[in-house]
Design a protein around this ligand. Structure first.
Ligand SMILES: [Fe+2]
Ligand SMILES: [Fe+2]
Length: 164
């Protein structure tokens, strides 16, 4: 490993999501006035939504299969993480729907849903860094890690998939 940082792109993704999640949490704790808080929250989701969806897809196409190959699919961790991914996408979709439905949705419902999303995301990413990245780092050879990192970077963004 040239620099000992094969997972640079993964960390970069996680750092971006950390800051977007903190923006969401911070805003929900101290929102602007009732008039434009839905607009502000929509802007936060416009930023968080696409990066979260891309990140989830990258992991599902690269890290999770690598982990499964390593353990022969016997770990219960990956199914759990995949379920959490689905839950995160559902929460994102639900929040967008709630924000659009001005007539029938209270701010409290929106705020609670946003909090659930932020909490699940934080818990999920912490779990991943403990189970996935550490396990891969200790189990794969440097060239395998480098290839995996390249696959992660290209997954879901340009349509060019490398052979594993
Ligand atoms: Fe994930
Ligand atoms: Fe992640």
């Amino acid at each position: 490993m040239e620099c000992g940082c094969w997972d640079l792109k993964i960390r970069e993704d996680h750092r971006l999501l950390d800051s977007q999640r903190e923006a969401l949490k911070g805003f929900l704790k101290d929102p602007t006035g009732p008039k434009d808080r839905r607009v502000h929250l929509s802007k936060i989701l416009d930023s968080l939504g696409p990066s979260l969806r891309l990140h989830l897809q990258r992991e599902e196409e690269t890290l999770f299969p690598a982990f499964d190959r390593l353990l022969g699919g016997s770990s219960g961790t990956i199914p759990l993480l995949r379920t959490e991914h689905d839950h995160l996408r559902d929460l994102l979709d639900r929040l967008v729907r709630l924000l659009e439905d001005r007539e029938n949705t209270s701010w409290e419902t929106i705020s609670e849903t946003g909090d659930v999303l932020a909490e699940l995301l934080e818990d999920h990413e912490e779990k991943e860094s403990r189970f996935i990245t550490d396990t891969l780092e200790h189990s794969l050879k440097p060239d395998e890690l480098t290839r995996l990192a390249r696959q992660f970077q290209h997954a879901a963004s340009c349509g060019c998939r490398e052979e594993s």
